[in-house]
Design a protein around this ligand. Structure first.
Ligand code: NAG
Ligand code: NAG
Ligand code: NAG
Length: 407
């Protein structure tokens, strides 16, 4: 009797935690007293994406795009006034936060169900080629303005693909901020992922054999476990913080320990096995290239035995890059290489302060160390635009033929 009672209480405790963990991004934004809109956007290939907007009617639009195994929720972790979306909104920007196909909030498709393997047949190539253009076009239609783009990690990779595949869409982007860009990944230090990259072909065949197409999708058992383990005083905090440090880099000064259960109930979010394998491929090759289907299939898909490379020289958008030296996921060497190859540079910033990969989203001092600089960059660009517009206007006044003034 006592055992079943304890068990029942434990289950109720767990489920109540679980229910709390399932807050939607729009609810989190509302709770912080910011206005919020939720938009559903259809891509050219039929996916339905959820995009959150913190609207500012007269503001310049900024589009935030998450990386691998993440969602729009991951931008909101350090709270009111300090999280990047709130910080930008407080400074007058119109903020849009994307969700890539396959994560918790973008699981719709006009013809496929999420149980269909076809739904999961995408990598970051398709996210860049279809999701980003759909979202950017939607924002530009809604606001009649050119936008700023901010990507974290693979969110920068997606941008680079978009700018290669759809340069006409990239023209709508005033400038891009790359936070810990995962374009080249040859020197990734995270030991587990590094080891996995050596076995990516085996990993792909095993997943195919087991008919697993979704990678790390949210499920109730996993969620209850994460939420509850991290909520155990002392021991849970110890285990979960070390798990974060193991994944992203050791950065105890930037971690808000109280928010660990929240962070780990939001991360990882799901994606496709194919996208994950494409990421592992980045670590293996020294190229920024399309998905490798193997020789025969590559010939069919690309008319070449090797997957074609994306050409970074083609990107016309000005880009600023932020990185840090304690980031296990994206390495300084790879980041510098990416920065050297883009033609239109706005600055390469080392954040320092033992920032790790996740700290760009929820580091205690992300606001002072990164977001203020982003704001500076945006304002500088807007002032330059205004000045050059003013120049054009002044010029056209000066150009008015003299006889207009005679009568
Ligand atoms: C495929 O590549 C070969 C040699 O690189 C070229 O001659 C041929 O025209 C290509 N075919 C197509 C359909 O692009
Ligand atoms: C990459 O793009 C640039 C600019 O369009 C072009 O000059 C260059 O030849 C391209 N490189 C390759 C390898 O295609
Ligand atoms: C980091 O944030 C804390 C709390 O907001 C503040 O006391 C501290 O001065 C900040 N450190 C830096 C380097 O900005």
């Amino acid at each position: 009797m006592r055992t079943s009672c304890t068990l029942a209480i434990l289950i109720i405790y767990c489920l109540q935690n679980y229910a709390h963990a399932k807050l939607l991004p729009e609810d989190v934004i509302k709770e912080e007293n910011y206005p919020v809109e939720t938009h559903s956007i259809e891509t050219e290939d039929g996916y339905l994406l959820t995009v959150h907007r913190i609207p500012n009617e007269f503001g310049i639009p900024v589009y935030l795009q998450h990386g691998i195994l993440s969602s729009s929720l991951n931008w909101l972790g350090i709270g009111k006034r300090r999280s990047l979306p709130y910080y930008l909104w407080d400074h007058g920007f119109d903020v849009w936060i994307g969700n890539s196909r396959g994560n918790s909030y973008s699981k719709g498709h006009k013809s496929f169900k999420i149980t269909d393997p076809e739904f999961w047949d995408f990598s970051w190539h398709e996210v860049g080629k279809y999701d980003l253009p759909a979202i950017i076009s939607h924002i530009v239609d809604a606001t009649k303005q050119r936008i700023f783009y901010i990507g974290h990690s693979l969110g920068v990779t997606k941008f680079a693909v978009m700018a290669n595949q759809k340069p006409e869409v990239a023209k709508h982007v005033r400038a891009t901020i790359g936070l810990a860009p995962a374009v080249y990944e040859k020197n990734i230090k995270q030991p587990l992922v590094r080891a996995l990259s050596r076995f990516r072909k085996e990993f792909k065949s095993a997943a195919g054999f087991l008919r697993i197409h979704e990678f790390f999708g949210q499920n109730i058992i996993f969620d209850v476990m994460r939420k509850n383990i991290c909520a155990i005083p002392a021991l849970g905090t110890w285990a979960c913080s070390n798990f974060m440090f193991f994944l992203f880099g050791y950065s105890p000064k930037q971690l808000n320990y109280d928010l660990l259960p929240t962070y780990l109930s939001e991360f990882p979010d799901g994606t496709s096995v194919k996208l994950f394998v494409h990421w592992l491929q980045q670590m293996h090759t020294d190229n920024f290239e399309n998905f490798d289907y193997g020789r025969d299939m590559n010939l069919k898909m690309y008319n070449s035995s090797e997957p074609p490379r994306y050409n970074l020289t083609k990107i016309e958008t000005p880009i600023a890059v932020f990185y840090s030296d304690n980031d296990l996921i994206t390495d300084e060497k790879d980041t510098t290489r990416f920065y050297n190859e883009i033609p239109n540079k706005l600055g390469l910033y080392n954040v320092g302060h033992s920032f790790n990969h996740g700290d760009f989203l929820h580091g205690i001092n992300a606001t002072e160390l990164v977001y203020q600089k982003i704001l500076d960059i945006f304002l500088t660009i807007l002032i330059q635009e205004e000045e050059s517009e003013a120049k054009i206007v002044t010029q056209s006044i000066l150009d008015v033929p003299k006889y207009n003034f005679i009568n």
